[in-house]
Design a protein around this ligand. Structure first.
Ligand code: NAP
Length: 485
């Protein structure tokens, strides 16, 4: 899988950026190791990719969904066969441990399988109407060339989650993967390319958000934008999209709480919170980043969380014994350390971690120790802003109502959990939680492909991904009235 070194995929060909410029990326576990050279693209490359997607659209749209399925099934079979090889590439450029990278590919496999099946049922409606002798029905129509802009934290699964329904819906795609992790997006593109997709149906352009990303989302030939990334960039895309009324699907940041009530099974709560907070080094949009606990349980829960987090073994994700890998890059590491410094300055008590690991074995990598703060109040920055790293804050409250108010009292609304065996409180929380995903006795990061995935408030806008709304976003409904008598 190296046809794409230094290249974009445009109109069915691997080709360098028009300028010939490239950029390098490095393994976050060992920054001295270059993981690849990628096309440093700009406006002319984006233009060419959109033109290719536009040219390919009429023929691709005209195919039956079953024919489109045949192409995507072939790519899916290749993905299954190459699962371990893809996971190794993800670990090398993203840093997550191999077990997590394999699980990312497994999720992509399940999501692709599900979205292919959704895509063969592009059902409209037939309903009786008042006008006599008239047949009324609706059909689901493709939109045109669509832009897919993706982040570095799930660099393989997010392109797959978005591109599959887009393609099954009859659209053509221009993908812009994150600059920190372009290889995973290129590998996904290569799987599609090798399935024999007609030229231009899928295109992938690497390069910076400020150059490739802005040129792509601002182009009027683009008929829908599916973006996953930070809230700040999502908002800027929404503004640009408004110029041409381009529909957007924005999957953004989170500040996800786990409420622990006194009757909770603490063994379960600790295991799920630790997984939710520190898997992928806390770099999931759905990571658990706030624990909200009633005062009477706070000391015991805190002690157990600290003990469990202390037991995590950090290391290169490619090494079997590593329980947690590095964070994805030097900027990410600096941002996380900046938040830790702010937490200390605000008066939160640092119980664990709080620093980068730089001694032997970790030198030259982006390792941040699992970090836990308690004595955190809801107004502190570390309790309100997305840190996107292995940092967990513990907030003690006096009542269930206060816990719910604190959980909802942030700008974000992506995911949340409550740990309790009290059915009334569990369901009351499900009713009141201002989020896209709510869990009882499960980690905040749990999701399945059959159901919608998206947030509310500053965590997302537009139709969510996955489930049946994944493909709904990429089609519009055309309503037809046919007078036959
Ligand atoms: P980001 O900085 O917003 O970047 C996301 C993507 O947008 C990258 O491909 C980036 O390109 C591109 N981009 C940057 N500026 C752009 C612009 N002005 N116009 C168009 N594209 C632009 O986010 P990130 O740091 O990669 O990812 C972390 C964030 O993603 C976190 O906030 C996390 O919560 C969120 N996330 C959300 C979900 C969800 O489903 N809700 C899932 C995963 C991640 P470059 O890489 O070249 O800068």
């Amino acid at each position: 899988m190296s046809a794409f070194d230094g290249k974009n995929f445009i109109g069915g060909e691997w080709r360098p950026a028009a300028s010939g410029r490239t950029f390098e990326q490095r393994n976050p576990a060992r920054l001295a190791e270059i993981t690849g050279t990628f096309a440093d693209s700009a406006q002319p490359d984006v233009d060419a990719a959109i033109a290719a997607a536009q040219a390919a659209f009429p023929a691709w749209r005209a195919l039956s969904p079953l024919t489109r399925k045949a192409y995507l099934d072939k790519a899916l079979r290749a993905m299954i066969a190459r699962r371990d090889e893809i996971a190794t590439a993800i670990t090398r450029e993203n840093g997550k441990v191999l077990r997590e990278a394999k699980s990312e590919v497994d999720s992509a496999i399940k999501e692709m399988d599900y979205q292919i099946a959704e895509g063969v049922r592009l059902c409209g409606q037939t309903v009786p109407v008042e006008v006599g002798g008239t047949l009324a029905y609706s059909t689901r129509e493709a939109l045109g060339p669509v832009a897919i802009v993706t982040p570095w934290n799930f660099p393989f699964n997010v392109p797959c989650r978005k591109a599959t329904p887009a393609l099954m819906g009859g659209n053509t795609v221009v993908l812009k993967p994150a600059s920190l992790t372009p290889r995973a997006g290129l590998i996904f593109t290569a799987l599609l390319a090798e399935s024999g997709l007609p030229p231009g149906v899928v295109n992938c352009v690497t390069g910076g958000g400020g150059s490739v990303g802005t040129a792509l989302v601002g182009d009027p030939r683009i008929k829908a934008i599916s973006f996953t990334g930070s809230t700040a960039v999502g908002k800027s895309i929404q503004l640009v999209a408004a110029r041409h009324l381009t529909p957007t699907q924005l999957e953004l940041g989170g500040k996800n709480p786990a409420i622990v009530l006194p009757d909770a099974n603490l063994d379960l709560a600790v295991a799920e919170i630790i997984k939710g907070a520190f898997a992928c080094s806390g770099q999931w949009c759905t990571s658990t980043s706030r624990v909200i606990v009633l005062e009477e349980t706070a000391a015991e829960l805190t002690e157990r969380l600290v003990a469990a987090a202390r037991a995590l073994t950090l290391g290169d994700g490619a090494v079997e014994s590593s329980g947690m890998g590095p964070v994805c890059g030097t900027k990410q590491k600096a941002d996380i350390l900046g938040y830790i410094a702010k937490g200390r300055a605000e008066g939160a008590r640092l119980l664990l971690g709080g620093a980068a690991l730089e001694d032997e074995g970790y030198d030259g990598g982006c390792f941040v120790a699992p970090t836990i703060f308690d004595r955190v109040t809801p107004d502190m920055l570390v309790a309100r802003e997305e840190i996107f790293g292995p940092v967990l804050v513990i907030i003690a409250v006096r009542s269930f109502d206060e816990a719910v108010a604190v959980a909802n009292g942030v700008a974000y609304g992506l995911s949340s959990s409550i740990f309790t065996n009290d059915l009334q409180r569990a369901l009351t929380y499900m009713e009141r939680a201002e989020v896209g995903l709510a869990h009882v006795n499960l980690m905040t990061a749990l999701k399945e492909p059959q159901l919608a995935f998206g947030g509310v408030k500053e965590s997302g806008a537009g139709l969510p991904e996955a489930g049946s709304s994944g493909i709904e976003f990429f089609t519009h409904h055309k309503v037809c009235y046919v007078k036959y008598r």
